[in-house]
Design a protein around this ligand. Sequence first.
Ligand code: NAP
Length: 254
Amino acid sequence: MAEETKILVLGPTGAIGRHIVWASVKAGHPTFTLVRKNAVAIPKPTLITAANPEMLSCFLQGDINDHASLVKAIKQVDVVICAAGRLLIEDQVKIIAAIKEAGNVKKFFPSEFGLDVDRHDALEPVREVFEEKAKIRRLVEEAGIPYTYLCCHAFTGYFMRNLSQLDTTVPPRDKVYIQGDGNVKGAYITEADVGTYTVKAAADSRTLNKAFHIRLPKNYLTFNEVVSLWEKKIGKTLERIYVPEEKVIEQIKG
Ligand SMILES: NC(=O)c1ccc[n+]([C@@H]2O[C@H](COP(=O)([O-])OP(=O)(O)OC[C@H]3O[C@@H](n4cnc5c(N)ncnc54)[C@H](OP(=O)(O)O)[C@@H]3O)[C@@H](O)[C@H]2O)c1
């Protein structure tokens, strides 16, 4: 699969879907989207300036719950990327059925875009989401559908806009709460980069039937390092309040 790979994005108006759509358009792939009746446009991320909107070949009207619309859309493409949100994870059984019926798909990306759901020790309530995603993996494999599981770890727009502080939408300027000792490394990635690397993975045969991890070296940081970067940016030292692991677990179980 290469440049001319035809890509269908399901959930194209969503937080991550829109980045995948425009990254695909920018990379020159014929790009198809399945939109529900009320969707009028795919929001274009501000960083994408070079993309030619004419490459957005097709807005197909449909719904994950409408089998015929799914099959019709899927038959036109090589790769299906599902960026449906958390509430639709289990509904991907309908996409699996449609891909099986269509019979032409060379690669399916189920909606993952997080940690590797076969390798984690998450607690509830996140554990339940990971288990739903893992169940979809098993169904994809049983159905014999070629796949890539995209593991991109933490979105910066999701976790960094408030430095993961509770009950606030902006990053702290006085004191910052840090879980544990703040020395465990985590991988962060902008939503735009998730779009770019997902599209690269879509057109690359090396990702076939694999869990594909994105971990950019400069974005692989401990939380203490993240806080230091923020302090440097605002020119101020914050009070660091460390919340011991047992306390964090207590709060999660709440
Ligand atoms: N790693 C991280 O930090 C992180 C953070 C957040 C999410 N995620 C993961 O990223 C993935 C995508 O989540 P998201 O938050 O980007 O999703 P989202 O913003 O909730 O987007 C959902 C998309 O699904 C579409 N949709 C909803 N119902 C549909 C239906 N019946 N038929 C067809 N389309 C339908 C929506 O279209 P409408 O516009 O029509 O509603 C929208 O485009 C999930 O797997 C989530 O767990 C990861």
